[in-house]
Design a protein around this ligand. Structure first.
Ligand SMILES: Cc1ncc(COP(=O)(O)O)c(C=O)c1O
Length: 493
């Protein structure tokens, strides 16, 4: 059976005074010319169409006959009526209403048709997937993920179909997963929470967006590290917040001024500052908490890739040091597992749990249940812990390869920040160098290095390149460093 036989197309409404057979013929003609009824598609029977639109079968037959005479339809009694496979040339020249499209063929909506929020979003653009290259940042070694095992767990979850099909999800997430995350965070990150405070979200990005919508009104101040995570900046800018940039030193983000008023949220990455890699010291953590309490400002602690620590003792999360409701703690499975999983979590302070639940429910009800079930199983059966340990070893080897290659080939030209944790580090350039130009020249050599300036609102005093080491193997790292050496040599001449 051809496509279309089971579906009655949506037709333009009938205007008063137009005979019904003419309306039906004209509406079907538009559906054909606009491609909603494709060449070769079978039309519903006269009985079905008549019943659907409250017409007599004779009226439908008359409309079909008119369209057949004009070359739009073809049909034989008993075998149904079809859209002609070859439409006459002159019919095909009938134009669809003009639409403005961009270079990707997407229809553009004139800015005047968008809300303030929509206009801000269009200016910010969206992050696009890119193919991996050396020194890709923010990406784990996706080729080493146990994909077959994951598929087996997914298959098992689907075979227990009734769980997936008959269960409606909870806005805050699948309880066994929330329990597993609460246990893991307590043991590994010093986070203090009950499973009821853990909300499952579609990545840190959604956590940032939900938190901002709940706490920040247009014009409110938010504190952001400088340099800082562009994903957070985009959310704050889209919300119309006023961003207050606070500098980083060797102990992490500095404590904002006590005179700063009306700050609703301070976004920080204490475990491994993004993008510089600095770990926030314990005294700085305590001082920041004290400031936030006095300023009545919530702290959004992004713990994004703290799972991978290669040296030094992990400092407990800010959340674990907070004896009030100041800290909202967020984390992601994008780095530990794979980014397209789109799962992360928020440890929500007690007083915000109900609001979070409502916000998540309004936004998208809940995150996909199948992925949550598979992940809960992956953790419960010990695979998560094993994968983490294995990847930590591999990334330690890769970061070691980067440190050795930079020491050998780039000595005196860059200063590599110590690699204590995470998936990337920063190569600081000598004073007077431009990291943007260096990154552009490196891109021409097939390298992917991100300038620190990209994460700054003002021109940074110290410029550098963010170098990822996790997604590429040691040979590729060494090749990349040699190419970078050639780029830096070329800039000197
Ligand atoms: C600082 C920071 N936080 C969080 C994330 C993860 O975001 P998501 O969970 O939305 O993938 C990233 C990813 O690049 C990041 O760099």
């Amino acid at each position: 059976m051809s496509a279309g036989a089971d579906f009655i197309p949506a037709l333009l409404p009938r205007e008063p005074g137009v005979p019904s057979y003419r309306w039906l013929a004209s509406a079907l003609r538009s559906a054909i010319l606009e491609g909603r009824l494709r060449p070769g598609a079978r039309l519903p029977g006269t009985r079905a169409l008549a019943g659907r639109f409250g017409l007599s079968r004779g009226t439908v037959t008359t409309a079909f006959e008119e369209l057949a005479a004009q070359g739009y339809l073809t049909g034989e009694i008993g075998s149904g009526t079809y859209v002609n496979r070859v439409l006459p040339d002159d019919l095909l020249q009938v134009k669809r209403p003009a639409q403005r499209t961009d270079s990707t063929g997407r229809t553009r909506i004139p800015p005047s048709a968008l809300s303030d929020y929509g206009r801000r979003l269009v200016r910010l653009g969206s992050s696009e997937p890119r193919r991996p290259r050396a020194f890709r940042t923010n990406e784990p070694a996706l080729d080493l993920f146990p994909a077959r095992l994951w598929a087996q767990l997914a298959g098992r979850a689907l075979r227990r179909g009734e769980t997936i099909l008959a269960t409606d999800g909870e806005p805050l997430g699948y309880l066994p997963l929330r329990e597993a995350i609460a246990d893991y965070l307590g043991a590994a990150r010093g986070v203090r929470c009950a499973p009821g405070q853990v909300a499952i979200v579609s990545g840190v990005q959604e956590a940032l967006d939900l938190t901002t919508r709940l706490l920040v009104d247009p014009g409110d101040r938010v504190v952001l590290e400088e340099p800082g995570y562009d994903g957070a900046e985009r959310v704050f800018s889209a919300a119309g917040a006023r961003i207050v940039s606070v500098a980083i030193d060797g102990e992490g983000m500095k404590v904002p001024s006590a005179r700063l008023r009306d700050v609703r949220l301070a976004y920080v990455t204490p475990a491994h500052q993004f993008p510089t890699g600095v770990a926030m010291s314990l005294p700085r953590r305590l001082a920041l908490l004290e400031w936030a309490r006095r300023a009545e400002c919530r702290i959004l602690e992004d713990d994004y890739d703290s799972e991978f620590r290669y040296s030094g003792r992990p400092i407990p999360a800010l959340q674990g040091l907070d004896d009030g409701n100041t800290v909202i703690f967020v984390g992601s499975f994008s780095k530990v597992l794979f980014p397209s999983l789109r799962l992360g979590y928020v440890v929500v302070p007690d007083d915000l749990v109900t609001s979070f639940e409502a916000a998540k429910s309004v936004r998208n009800r809940y995150s996909s249940l199948l992925e949550q079930l598979v992940l809960a199983e992956f953790i419960a059966t010990g695979h998560f812990g094993r994968h983490l340990r294995r990847m930590r070893e591999i990334y330690a080897e890769r970061s070691g390869a980067l440190v050795a290659a930079v020491r050998r080939d780039l000595a005196g030209r860059v200063e590599l920040a110590p690699v204590e944790a995470g998936l990337q580090t920063t190569a600081w350039l000598p004073p007077g160098s431009s990291d943007v130009t260096t990154a552009e020249l490196a891109a021409r050599q097939g390298l992917e290095v991100t300038s620190v300036s990209r994460y700054c609102r003002a021109t940074p005093e110290r410029q550098g390149l963010q170098l990822g080491f996790a997604a590429i193997d040691p040979d590729e790292i060494r090749r990349g460093v040699r190419k970078l050496e050639a780029v830096l040599d070329g800039m000197r001449t």
